[in-house]
Design a binder for this molecule. Structure first.
Ligand SMILES: *Cc1c(COP(=O)(O)O)cnc(C)c1O
Length: 385
């Protein structure tokens, strides 16, 4: 008997359903992707402001840093000898930028979401999470001792009903959502969640701003800044690997919460800290975040253009952001359309179950400010042909 047969059968099954995944082999050059000898506009990266593609920015950074500071490893957890002073500087500046009590930086958004929830939610906690929250949040919820109920995507009435029904039965309730949803690009009405939270003393609000940080708000702090409710969010989570062109993630929270997480968050404690060189680069980017307003505005214009085109083509589009779905239904259709777009010079990838619900396979456009308006015009033409 072949011990790997079950796994092979499962792979065959995925392949039959058009859901088999593999690691793409491509060469990335700024806003371009080169694959199979074809040079395409990259419409699938999370480099929303085009900072990762900006060679002159990197050059400038490298000129600010001395070789002694170029540390490629922290060689330890932050709790032991990995807490270089650059970490404290970054956290102090993030906290100040957000006007909050504290900030805590960890290895990635995945570490953040799988670390905070198990640390803060016990068996007397109820987690109310949007049906479409990211896999890392689901994993964090699963690792916690809390009971969890998922409410229908963006259904504030159902959420209110659940709060009314359960608030007396739990010592703590945590509302978990994203500010910009990864797959549909729709934006959450955070002020509505804040209003609900205020009605019950034991409710905390957890907002994953992975796709909001850098892109929205006057200073690029995210949707909570745009909606004027940074202070009301108990856990404002931002990743550094997307618009901020770095690696890692941070949570903006109270001082008490930071101290607590330092004591209880396993994905902070039991892992090597990010290399100081990455933290230096993050700090360099964070210090300029408010300067990149014109990049943000350019991105809004491009997004609106593509959004209008998708709506005119008769597809549903609830997106209010730079992430735009073009829904095709069956996985095969999404794969076919993606291939077609790639042949026309646009690197867009199909998104299929289990990432999105069955029957909603789609192309997912993830726009970046590095694109020009004519490039987006050409993209629209290719898409609607
Ligand atoms: C990308 C993403 C994460 C994970 O962040 P990483 O830093 O890439 O690990 C978490 N939540 C959401 C909503 C994301 O889109």
């Amino acid at each position: 008997m072949n011990i790997y047969q079950d796994y092979q059968d499962e792979l065959d099954r995925l392949s039959e359903q058009g859901n088999l995944r593999s690691l793409p082999h491509a060469v990335y050059q700024g806003k371009w992707v080169v694959r199979d000898g074809r040079k395409m506009c990259n419409l699938s990266s999370n480099d929303y402001l085009g900072l990762a593609a900006d060679v002159s920015l990197r050059d400038e950074f490298l000129n600010t840093i001395e070789v002694e500071e170029l540390l490629f490893s922290a060689s330890s957890s932050r709790l032991l000898t990995g807490n270089f002073s650059i970490y404290d500087t970054l956290e102090d500046e993030l906290a100040a930028l957000y006007g909050a009590g504290a900030a805590l930086v960890v290895g990635s958004g995945y570490h953040l979401n799988t670390g905070i929830l198990p640390a803060v939610a016990d068996a007397q906690t109820l987690i109310l999470a949007d049906k479409l929250v990211h896999a890392s949040l689901i994993d964090g919820i699963r690792l916690s001792a809390a009971r969890c109920i998922r409410y229908r995507h963006q259904d504030m009435e159902q959420l209110e009903m659940l709060l009314q029904k359960y608030h007396a039965a739990y010592s703590r309730i945590i509302l978990v959502t994203e500010s910009v949803f990864s797959m549909d690009g729709d934006v959450t009405d955070l002020s509505c969640l804040v209003a609900m939270k205020k009605r019950y003393p034991q409710v905390m609000l957890y907002v994953d701003e992975a796709h909001g940080v850098g892109v929205y708000g006057e200073c690029g702090l995210g949707i909570a800044e745009e909606q004027g409710c940074i202070r009301e969010v108990d856990f404002l989570c931002g990743t550094l690997g997307k618009a901020l062109a770095s690696v890692g993630a941070f949570v903006i929270c109270s001082k008490v919460m930071k101290d607590y997480l330092v004591n209880r968050m396993r994905t902070l404690i039991f892992t090597t800290a990010l290399p100081p060189v990455n933290i230096s680069w993050t700090l360099f980017v964070v210090r300029r975040l408010s300067e990149w307003k014109s990049r943000r505005q350019h991105l809004y214009r491009l997004s609106e253009k593509l959004r209008q085109a998708i709506i005119q083509s008769g597809k549903p589009c609830g997106s209010g952001s730079h992430i735009l779905p073009f829904t095709l239904g069956a996985s095969e259709l999404a794969i076919e359309k993606a291939m077609d777009m790639q042949q026309k010079g646009f690197y867009v990838l199909p998104v299929r179950p289990p990432t999105v619900p069955e029957g909603t396979s789609r192309l997912r456009f993830s726009l970046t400010a590095a694109l020009s308006e004519p490039e987006v015009d050409a993209l629209i033409q290719a898409l609607l042909q």
